[in-house]
Write a protein that binds this ligand. Structure first.
Ligand code: HEM
Length: 465
């Protein structure tokens, strides 16, 4: 078949299209999608990257027989810090298969169910803090949920307490991680010919931040080695697990890479998702009321229990809200694959073997063919179980916030339970309102996105549960 050229915005020699990028790359990518349509190619200096933004094209590249996860984009830079940890490993690297087989069971439904008390513990710490603050103090939403998510992943999977709610400052890990990811983005957009000395200070900080991440991870391992336990958590699986296929255990260096990976992947995303959920709910009073009413009906005034998040009596409204939040505000707003061979996509666009193809979820999740004319609106009703199933049947891969196939998110169930528990406890105990009723959403982005300068207020309902 004949191919149709992929639109390419005009660029400059050497720089290519790097000039298109501001401090907020995902907004730049969406802007270019709005201008150039369903597909376009940029030249990041000398490296081409294809961007696609419809369900039909995303669906095609989710075919794992023709495409695989790409590490040619920003993850190539993140790899400098976490090497062949799960997130940044090539699918055919031995350590990916090994870690995938050893760690997947630790994230199964039963282990996640067993984490209820610890998830509840951290959510209660947040609730206590909000209660102490009282109704007049603006709450920095993203910061509070970052603490929640970091403390939760560390406690549940590593039995390690950051105790973020008992400290004035964020743990140095959080700052180092944020700066590391932001720098990864800048490095990815650095022209290849730029001499290194121009970036001496940034380079030094980059490696310094990586050292902080590694030191934190090593402290977690040390703490466990000093106090051995037979907990069947993620860290236990890493230290003791044997890969059924090779009969090998994970190496010490690889364990450090995995711990950093989990601390990063396990908390940036969940905190962004919870922050956006509250943003959307506070901007959509009828959706807010539904969650409130259902939390009251399901939980009453008694303590939240594990049954409330399990399949039996779960809080449906919270689940729809989270699905719709992850559609409109996917915390990881894009992921990248590459073709195994030169191939046509959409029946007409030639993409080259190994060339990264970025699925722009921030756009494909708004595809009007799938979601209709009101695709930009926050409507949790469209995520009712039956409707959600229909959408996924008629438009496969129309909702991809957890990535694709075997490289999809290993922590999906974990994040889901954590978020539902947090929402249940918060809604049971507080009435929330916007700090600034006129707040206009702004996005802060690194690898993930969060609402920027977003504050809310929390008023205790009647006595805490
Ligand atoms: C992979 C999203 C929570 C650990 C991914 C990917 C996405 C994603 C899109 C695929 C990335 C790619 O293709 O390059 C999310 C979202 C979350 C979330 C939206 C929360 C709402 C978590 C949690 C953990 C986690 C809580 C850990 C407990 C990982 C890991 C991978 C991954 C290790 C790499 C898996 C592999 O390639 O084998 N996640 N994630 N994520 N996620 Fe998550």
């Amino acid at each position: 078949a004949d191919s149709v050229p992929i639109p390419e915005p005009p660029g400059l020699p050497f720089l290519g299209n790097l000039g298109e990028f501001t401090a907020n790359p995902i907004e730049d990518i969406v802007r270019l999608s709005n201008t150039y349509g369903e597909i376009y190619r940029l030249h990041m200096g000398s490296r081409p990257v294809v961007f696609i933004s419809t369900q039909a094209l995303v669906n095609e590249v989710c075919d794992e027989k023709r495409f695989q996860k790409s590490l040619s984009s920003v993850l190539r830079v993140v790899r400098e810090g976490v090497h062949d940890g799960l997130f940044t490993a090539h699918s055919d690297e031995p350590n990916w298969g090994k870690a995938h087989r050893v760690l997947t069971p630790a994230f199964g439904p039963l282990p996640i169910r067993d984490m209820f008390d610890e998830m509840h513990d951290i959510s209660s710490q947040l609730a206590l803090k909000l209660a102490r603050h009282g109704p007049h103090k603006p709450i920095p939403v993203s910061d509070e949920f970052t603490k929640l998510a970091l403390d939760t992943i560390a406690l549940c999977s590593m039995d390690y307490r950051f105790n973020s709610y008992y400290k004035d400052k964020m743990h140095p890990f959080v700052q180092a991680m944020g700066d590391f990811l932001a720098e990864c983005g800048r490095r990815n957009r650095r022209p290849g010919f730029a001499p290194n000395f121009l970036y001496r200070a940034a380079n030094e900080k980059f490696y310094n931040d990586i050292a902080i991440l590694r030191d934190t991870a090593n402290a977690v391992v040390e703490a466990r080695r000093k106090n051995p336990s037979d907990r069947k958590d993620l860290l236990g699986a890493m230290l003791n697990g044997v890969d059924p296929q090779t009969g090998e255990k994970l190496s010490d260096a690889n364990i450090t890479d995995q711990l950093i990976t989990f601390l990063i992947a396990g908390h940036e995303t969940t905190s962004g998702t919870l922050s956006f959920a509250f943003y959307h709910l506070l901007k959509n009073p009828s959706a807010y009321r539904k969650v409130q009413e259902e939390a009251d009906a399901v939980l009453g005034k008694g303590p939240a229990k594990v049954e409330h998040v399990s399949k039996l009596v779960y809080i449906q409204a919270a689940i729809q809200v989270l699905r719709e939040t992850l559609r409109l505000s996917a915390a990881i707003p894009a992921f990248s694959v590459e073709a195994l061979e030169d191939t046509l996509i959409g029946g007409k666009y030639l993409v080259h073997k190994g060339e990264p193809i970025t699925c722009v979820l921030a756009k494909s999740h708004l595809d009007p063919v799938v979601y209709g004319d009101d695709a930009n609106d926050f409507k949790p009703e469209r995520m009712l179980d039956d409707e959600f199933a229909r959408l996924n049947r008629e438009f496969p891969n129309c909702w991809k916030p957890f990535g694709n196939g075997k490289r999809g998110c290993i922590g999906r169930g974990f994040a889901w339970n954590e978020a539902v528990i947090a929402m249940a406890i918060l809604f049971q105990n507080f009435n929330f309102s916007l700090d600034d009723p006129n707040y206009q959403l702004e996005i802060a982005s690194s690898l993930t996105i969060k609402p920027k300068d977003f504050f809310m207020r929390a008023t205790l309902r009647d006595g805490m549960t």
